[in-house]
Design a protein around this ligand. Structure first.
Ligand SMILES: Nc1ncnc2c1ncn2[C@@H]1O[C@H](COP(=O)(O)OP(=O)(O)OP(=O)(O)O)[C@@H](O)[C@H]1O
Ligand SMILES: [Mg+2]
Length: 347
């Protein structure tokens, strides 16, 4: 019966889409109107429960989602002044992410869509991160270059249309966010690592010699495992030789080495392929140094920047609703056989 309904849903321009995100440690539910206007944005994070383990524990994340998701939904509806019946489609992250965590959101969205006989919209978490740009700049339209910098992904993507993406380059090993998290661990900083490294870097100088990965080479690809290992070696060598090494200097030097290359290559891609806008997305885009560097380089070259508020860089439900809206407009609905997937292709 639901299978038949999928063919007959009416598509509205000002649709209210509920975005449900449970791929990692944030249970996020948002309601977005017409793909751009945020009516509510609720995030219940289990980060403090993971902090004592120094990283996300998948089983703890899944359990936290099951207890938080109903409350997050109730709050999202209340904040928006809407009821479940008002929602025109339920968009949910089906991947990439932790399988058990994703399954909570997928099962929940299926239940809502089926019981209310409304579209179930599967959304790629990565496309979601890019769609945060449409909330950040309500007039933004493709084409633009997306600099995707998150915990699991690092790439430069040409967004040719709302639906057509071309990956110009990506990391060949670790993601930049992953490198921040590992460097934070070796420096003894708290989880999540990115913000801790950024805070410490503010007190340091760029004096520790680290490799400049793929500077001026490697096309639009990146590599972070060598940089990460160089930081670990620098810290361990200093400890073994009992030499002074200021952690703040390590943080500052690592931050510059990790982020300069991202900003440089994103601007280079704009110039080479004649795109006049660059959009930052993913958790690392919350980093003030990266935001400023991209802004400065872009303005020197007459390129426009779209830099979402920090809360829209890290995982949130609004970005899933924004991408969900695009998929809704294209009629890309799932049936009740929708499954979660730990990995999804970048595009
Ligand atoms: N201020 C910051 N500076 C640097 N990195 C940061 C900052 N804030 C967050 N991060 C990093 O961003 C990552 C989290 O971002 P995000 O939520 O996009 O990742 P994810 O959802 O785990 O991965 P993905 O989106 O690739 O599946 C973490 O690696 C975190 O350390
Ligand atoms: Mg993410």
């Amino acid at each position: 019966m639901y299978q038949e309904s999928i063919k007959n849903f009416t598509i509205k321009d000002d649709a209210l889409i509920m975005g449900i995100e449970t791929s990692c440690d944030e249970t996020a539910v948002s309601i977005v109107k017409g793909g751009r206007e945020v009516l509510s944005d609720v995030i219940i994070s289990s980060a403090t429960e993971h902090a004592k383990f120094g990283g996300v524990v998948p089983e703890i994340a899944s359990r936290a989602h099951t207890t938080a998701i109903y409350q997050a939904t109730e709050r999202a509806l209340k904040e928006a002044g809407k009821t479940l019946e008002d929602i025109d489609g339920f968009a949910v992250t089906y991947g990439a992410g932790l399988l058990g965590a994703l399954l909570v959101g997928v099962s929940y969205a299926k239940t809502l869509a089926y019981s209310l006989n409304k579209p179930l919209i599967p959304v790629s978490h990565i496309r979601g991160h890019m769609a945060a740009s449409y909330i950040a700049d309500k007039s933004l339209q493709p084409p633009f270059i997306a600099l995707l910098t998150s915990g699991g992904h690092t790439a430069i993507i040409a967004v040719k249309s709302y639906y057509e993406l071309e990956v110009l380059g990506s990391t060949l090993d670790d993601a930049v966010g992953e490198a921040f998290d590992k460097v934070a661990r070796v420096l003894g900083l708290s989880y999540p690592g990115g913000p801790s490294v950024e805070r410490l870097a503010k007190e340091g100088k760029n004096t520790v010699k680290l490799p400049k990965m793929f500077k001026g080479q490697g096309g639009y690809n990146f590599s972070y495992s060598g940089l990460k290992t160089a930081v670990i070696n620098a810290v361990h060598n200093a400890e073994q030789k009992d030499e002074p090494l200021l952690k703040a200097d390590v943080a500052k030097s690592f931050q510059s080495a990790a982020l300069d290359i991202l900003a440089d290559k994103a601007i280079e891609a704009c110039l080479q392929f004649n795109f006049n806008t660059v959009a930052l997305c993913g958790g690392v885009a919350a980093n003030g140094y990266l935001r400023e560097r991209v802004n400065n380089l872009a303005s020197q070259k007459g390129i426009k920047t779209v830099i979402p508020e920090k809360r829209y860089c890290t995982d949130n439900g609004c970005m899933i609703a924004a991408e969900g809206y695009l998929q809704y407009k294209a009629g890309n609905f799932a049936d009740l056989s929708l499954n979660a997937s730990a990995n999804v292709p970048l595009k």
